[in-house]
Ligand binder design. Structure first.
Ligand code: CUA
Length: 360
């Protein structure tokens, strides 16, 4: 979208945009009101109480009740007005931080100086993001090199893209159209050229676009290929070999709470899977030996996302069902320390076809 004429604000094209703009307008009005009031009083009082002759008035020490009331009033009113900013801002922040459970998942990898985007269904694009209108879209973002920041002004969302970890951004586009993507964190020479376009399409156009596909299969399918290629299945139970017990079972794992050998617990989310591939010794599952070698340097960030998506396809679809399906053997009250019998646990009620799962 090229700016047709001068615009004070970028287009408001997401469900949150109106709220952000309203808060912004409130802050502008409050700030403008007090700036003008104070400027007026400075000038007005300077004129009104200017020295009119050479007589120096006697200093006054009159701090009566009127003075105290005035001080309380001008402290409490601005405090109230700023607390409104705080509460309102916090509410928007919480909304923007919590993607709805059934969001459509898209993966974004930042790299000097481009955005690489992968859809669950397998489509890949660079510096372009095609999404359907009126759907909650959840981006999982990571970087191959330095810190970038994925910014879509029309959606009023902006998230740091940090090497070595996954961050999340979500939005619900409300208007069909094309909108700028900017990198909003200085990341080197061509930072200003690290731009792209979000294409918000109606459902039919989107299905059409998706139908062109990449011919490489869904991300989960590609992840499964990588899983086999790297030999993960020789140790881990997964969809292919359900009875492998030497390493933690991956079936039904995603989104559950895992008990570790040091007694602590961790949620099996994207970051946990990524860390377990790259730094297997960082978190060892209770009842297992830390025998897994690192795959650091053997898997790219794109590959890691595919592996994550594969593991996801084996278990509860999103982190939301986690507390509802604790593995029975992971209960700390179990008398005997359980060896790894988790292979017997039925793969949770996840759709068998990962492509269909991503295509709800
Ligand atoms: Cu990437 Cu600035």
């Amino acid at each position: 979208m090229v700016e047709k004429s001068f615009q004070l604000f970028p287009e408001a094209a997401s469900s949150i945009a109106g709220h952000v703009d309203a808060l912004y307008a409130y802050m502008v009005v409050v700030s403008a009101f007090f700036s003008l009031l104070i400027a007026f009083l400075v000038v007005f009082l300077a004129v009104k109480y200017r020295r009119k002759n050479d007589q120096i008035p006697a200093p006054t020490n009159d701090h009566g009740v009127g003075g105290i009331v005035l001080e309380i009033v001008w402290s409490v009113i601005p405090l109230g007005l700023s607390l409104v900013m705080f509460a309102w801002g916090a509410s928007i922040f919480f909304t923007e931080s919590r993607p709805p459970a059934d969001s459509m998942q898209v993966y974004v990898t930042g790299k000097q100086w481009m955005w690489k985007i992968q859809h669950n269904e397998g489509a890949r694009e660079i510096n372009e993001l095609h999404i359907p209108v009126n759907r909650d879209i959840r981006l999982t973002l990571t970087s191959e090199d330095v810190i970038h920041d994925f910014y879509v002004p029309a959606f009023r969302t902006k998230t740091d893209v940090v090497p070595g970890r996954y961050t999340t951004e979500w939005f619900r586009p409300t208007k069909v159209g094309a909108y700028h993507i900017f990198c909003a964190e200085y990341c080197g020479t061509k930072h200003s050229g690290m731009v792209g376009t979000v294409y918000v399409m109606n459902e039919a156009d989107y299905e059409n676009w998706l139908g062109r596909g990449s011919g490489e299969g869904s991300m989960a399918e590609q992840g499964q290929g990588l899983f086999n290629q790297l030999g993960c299945g020789t140790c881990h139970a997964s969809a292919i070999n359900k009875q492998n017990g030497r390493c933690p079972n991956l079936n039904g794992l995603f989104g559950t709470t895992v008990e570790l050998s040091d007694g602590s617990r961790v949620k099996a989310d994207e970051s946990y899977i990524r860390e377990s591939v790259l730094y297997p010794q960082a978190k060892i599952v209770a009842g297992y030996d830390g025998i897994m070698p690192t795959f650091k340097g053997l898997v790219t960030e794109d590959g890691l996302l595919k592996l994550v998506e594969y593991v996801k396809s084996l278990g509860p679809q999103d982190g939301t069902e986690s507390s509802a399906t604790p593995a029975p053997t992971q209960t700390s009250g179990t008398p005997a320390p359980p060896p790894p019998p988790r292979a017997t646990r039925p793969a949770a009620a996840a759709p068998a076809n990962p492509a269909a799962a991503g295509n709800r």
